[in-house]
Every structure is written in structure tokens, then in C-alpha cells.
Design a protein around this ligand. Sequence first.
Ligand SMILES: [Zn+2]
Length: 163
Amino acid sequence: MLQPAAIDGLAFARDAAVLEGRLGMESLPRLAQSGCSGSILDFVLSGETNERGKQGLKLAVDGSVRLQCQRCLGILDLPVHLAAQLELASSEAEIMAADDDIERVVAGREMSVAALVEDEVLLALPMAPKHEQCGTAAGLRAKVAPSAFPALAALRKRSFSGG
Ligand SMILES: [Zn+2]
């Protein structure tokens, strides 16, 4: 069955509807723009009336995105596991005026599911993604360096003591 690409936010929340699906790069153009070269993201979007009595959306995303390590420029597959709770607001102005930590999104009759997922993933991405330890997955260069250093040190020592 084909997934609907968009939801009517308030109706989706009121009905406590649930939508599950999987998104690939073709649905995530802004992730591509931010340097992501591949991704598969499974999501579960559910409508709710939250603890404040407001209509909202809950979104869980699991998967991974492929980025470039900013230290070694190798491929970095970053796991994505996030959960967000969004309250539906009637306008941008309402969101701007709110003085609390609640995450809001403007309710629409055709809210793009992919855009909702993309927003949350973009927020969660590190500014400068890096391997925890470069060279373990993509590090032929790293193998060369350690043996070169002792040789260089030995060379220096000889030239200093040679006088
Ligand atoms: Zn790296």
C-alpha cells in the first residue's frame, strides 16, 4: 500500500492516527543538501492529545544517514534514533510568542510527512560529524604514519649527535 505523503495535522491528532513508513534519499532533499549521501529512515508518526490537552504529533525515527567525516573525509554512517513530541500551533506567530521549551509546528491540512521527519533529523545531526576514532573503518593512511615517525626520530637523533 502506498503511504500518504501528507497528513491533515489536526484531524490526524484528533483521531490518534498512526502512520508508519520508510523514507530514502529521494524523499529527503534537504538532508542531501546538508551533505548526506545516503539514508534509510524508518518512522512512526502518531497523533495525540498531549498532557496539556493540546493536539500534537509524536514522531519516532530509526535508521542511519551517511555523512562525510570532517576529520578524515571518510564515509561516516551515523545511526539515527530519535523521538520528538510536537504540539500543533495555529500559526508561526503563536510559535514565536511561546515562551517555553515545547516544540511546536504549524498545523496544516497537508503536512508533508517526509518534511516532518527531515526537520527532526536535521536538528539532530552534528554540526561537524566525525568518527569516534578515525581510521578504524577507513584508514589505510593511518597505518603508514606510525612506522614513519620512529624512523624520522632516529634520523633527527643522528644528525644532532653527529657534530
Ligand atoms: Zn574520520
